[in-house]
Design a protein around this ligand. Structure first.
Ligand SMILES: [Zn+2]
Length: 154
């Protein structure tokens, strides 16, 4: 993983983001999810940028960018897209810890990275990975929320 730390981001904050990215990649590259990639390779494929610029977090086929503004504000809220905000697994959640709000953002962006990078070569994503927050994305994010994030939410 190539990690780029922008100004205003501490080493501890960077390491926290790296830890959640690794947890997400370790889960989604388990053999039974049938992605065309193993954990070491996925880790190599992803460039992580951690910044503090007040913009949104984002992702593409090359990696993810996490903006720490909500963390610095002390936000303890997972705020999801209206389309699935009410879903019990992948939806919005109030009153979570600041770290878990950040972790959910990481899982969301890692899901985008997975959909764009490996969607074309993955049997169960090939027909449904293209829409940014469509079915393919939601299927990936559902795995990460259920297995990596939600067990830590109260
Ligand atoms: Zn998104």
């Amino acid at each position: 993983m190539r990690v780029i730390k922008k100004s205003g981001v501490t080493a501890v904050e960077r390491d926290t983001v790296v830890r959640w990215v690794k947890r997400c990649l370790r889960e989604i590259t388990l053999k039974h999810y049938e992605l065309p990639v193993d954990y070491p390779t996925a880790k190599t494929d992803l460039t992580l940028t951690v910044k503090l610029a007040g913009h949104r977090s984002s992702a593409c086929a090359k990696g993810i960018t996490i903006d720490l503004s909500p963390l610095k504000r002390g936000s303890g809220e997972i705020l999801e897209y209206p389309k699935f905000a009410k879903d019990p697994v992948i939806g919005s959640r109030a009153s979570v810890s600041v770290e878990m709000a950040l972790a959910a953002t990481v899982a969301h962006e890692v899901s985008h990275f997975i959909q764009y990078r490996y969607g074309p070569e993955t049997r169960w994503l090939r027909q449904r990975f293209r829409k940014p927050h469509g079915e393919g994305f939601q299927d990936i994010y559902r795995i990460l929320r259920a297995r990596v994030i939600n067990p830590h939410l109260t």
